[in-house]
Design a protein around this ligand. Structure first.
Ligand code: SME
Length: 173
């Protein structure tokens, strides 16, 4: 197991995500526990890119309610209903959502006033059911693009097993 928390900010995004993907699998070394995986992935993404907030909202009532899971950053909102905010909208649609400017997104839930842009990626389990969403917030406008969507969707496939996962359909708001 590696002991280093790496910084990937100097790399092109595709390479950065490939590096984090390799690192994630090395660190977990066969452990498939979802909480351990969520905590490890939050840590790698948070320190790897230096984002404001990285973490998971777990489905606790399918189709109705998300509750915060492992994360890194300032205090996150505890619960989000499906259809509310960026996280609840991504959960309800099952699609990755990129928000270049949260000030222009009606219904954005501001857990940290410094957040300027956001991406939320659905997380699907081995049975194809939505188990969580992965939320990343940045202090910078338009910090996330299609490469982040592809990279993050690839990373969260670890929850479904190596070759399953969400489609790369991306919605933009
Ligand atoms: N901004 C999110 C809420 C979660 S926090 O950013 C950690 C949203 O609108 O769903």
């Amino acid at each position: 197991m590696t002991e280093t928390t790496i910084d990937v900010r100097h790399l092109p995004k595709q390479e950065a995500y490939e590096t984090l993907d390799r690192h994630l699998r090395l660190v977990l070394e066969g452990i498939s526990d979802p909480v351990a995986t969520m905590a490890t992935l939050s840590c790698l993404l948070y320190h790897g890119f230096g984002h404001l907030w990285v973490g998971f909202y777990r489905v606790v009532e399918p189709g109705r309610l998300l509750r915060v899971g492992p994360y890194q950053g300032t205090l996150g909102c505890l619960e989000i209903e499906f259809g509310r905010g960026v996280c609840g909208t991504a959960a309800a649609s099952g699609r990755t959502l990129i928000v270049p400017d949260v000030a222009l997104y009606a219904g954005h839930i501001a857990c940290d006033a410094r957040s300027r842009s956001e991406i939320v990626v659905p997380v699907v389990d081995a049975n194809g059911n939505l188990m969580a969403v992965l939320d990343l917030d940045s202090e910078h406008l338009a910090a996330f693009d299609h490469n982040d969507a592809l990279g993050l969707e690839r990373l969260v496939r670890i929850f479904a097993g190596a070759n399953n996962g969400v489609s790369s359909a991306v919605a933009r708001e």
